[in-house]
Design a protein around this ligand. Structure first.
Ligand SMILES: [Zn+2]
Ligand SMILES: [Zn+2]
Length: 334
């Protein structure tokens, strides 16, 4: 294992363990330094004990680099590998085993940290047959949402990658903002062209229930929308859920065959279980998605599986248990 490989794996595992933020950034910075430094210089500095004189290399990162150079697996990496997030209940493991892909993810094109290719390879390594790349739509400027031209450029990149990675498939898509009036933040011709469209509320989350209900119902009734993303917008312990008439919204999802997302991000876990049961009772379909913004976060899907297992969502109502062709036939059919 080279120092670059060791540091890449450490960053992946830090993303998986949701340490996030400052710590991951420090390791990413070290990774960049190692990539840009002549391997001979690294060797010399490791021998002389001066790795930490390189800008961006500290105590812990320097130790891991030196260990990798000696042909050892860095101790910190081993510790992270062994860290189990939580024991997965067998019912949730069974749901996870039935999944063939992930319908909501981000890349460096919007606010993700990794390229489309890196995300696709990580999804493939997890046993997935496909990954939908659903970067943000133009209105979400804070997340560097894709305008028409950038989306078209991304579609070209995905087409080229699909030639390389077959039979694995990157599905084209977008997480499109639901505008205040229930409209969608992307032109119709592009919405029609994408494989998977996730529609989410990211603005005016505190709108009164009556207007929020109308807004969401209008969005999920669009023939272009396949999945309603993180429907309540809550951030666990930080932001309360939006208020809307769940019976209306989920009845509309069932009527217009729009799947309700079970968002697996630990800070979202959206919808909460009581609303998940309401959606289940209306006959909705579901998509268990990671909303991953980094490769390691693709492993979070098991969180959503646990939520689905808890309320007993039948496998045949989870759209990402479908093979890619069947999934695409479904997204094209409504
Ligand atoms: Zn979102
Ligand atoms: Zn997202």
């Amino acid at each position: 294992m080279t120092p670059v490989e060791a540091l890449e794996r450490i960053v992946y595992l830090l993303d998986r363990s949701r340490t996030g933020g400052f710590k991951t950034r420090a390791w990413l910075r070290a990774l960049r330094v190692v990539r840009d430094t002549d391997p001979a210089e690294l060797e010399a500095r490791a021998a002389a004990g001066t790795l930490d004189e390189l800008p961006g290399i500290g105590d812990a990162t320097g130790r891991a680099i030196a260990e990798a150079l000696r042909g050892e697996v860095p101790g910190y990496l081993t510790k992270l590998e062994e860290e189990r997030i939580a024991a997965v209940p067998p019912e949730a493991a069974a749901v996870r085993a039935a999944l063939r892909g992930d319908c909501h993810s981000h890349s460096v094109w919007s606010d993700g940290g990794w390229t489309v290719e890196a995300m696709a390879l990580a999804a493939r390594d997890l046993g997935h047959e496909y990954l939908a790349m659903t970067d943000h739509s133009p209105r979400l400027t804070i997340a560097h949402g894709l305008d028409r031209d950038r989306l078209l450029a991304q579609l070209d990149e995905i087409a080229a990658l699909n030639d390389q990675l077959a039979p694995f498939r990157i599905l084209t898509g977008m997480e499109v903002d639901i505008l205040e009036d229930g409209g969608l933040d992307l032109d119709d011709d592009l919405l029609a062209r994408l494989d998977v469209v996730v529609a989410s509320v990211h603005s005016k989350l505190r709108m009164d229930a009556e207007n929020m209900t109308a807004r969401m119902v209008l969005a999920v009734s669009s023939p272009h929308v396949d999945i309603l993303g993180h429907c309540t917008g809550r951030l666990v312990g930080k932001r309360p859920q939006s208020t809307f008439d769940a019976d209306y919204v989920f009845a509309a999802c069932a009527k217009y065959d729009t799947a309700v997302e079970i968002n697996s991000r630990p800070e979202r876990l959206d919808p909460p279980q009581d609303l998940l049961e309401v959606a289940l009772s209306h006959g909705c379909k579901f998509a268990i998605d990671t909303d991953a913004h980094a490769t390691g976060q693709l492993e979070w899907q098991v969180n959503g599986c646990e939520k689905a297992a808890e309320v007993g969502v039948p496998f045949d109502r989870i759209v990402n248990t479908l093979p890619a062709d069947d999934l695409l036939a479904w997204t094209a059919s409504h």
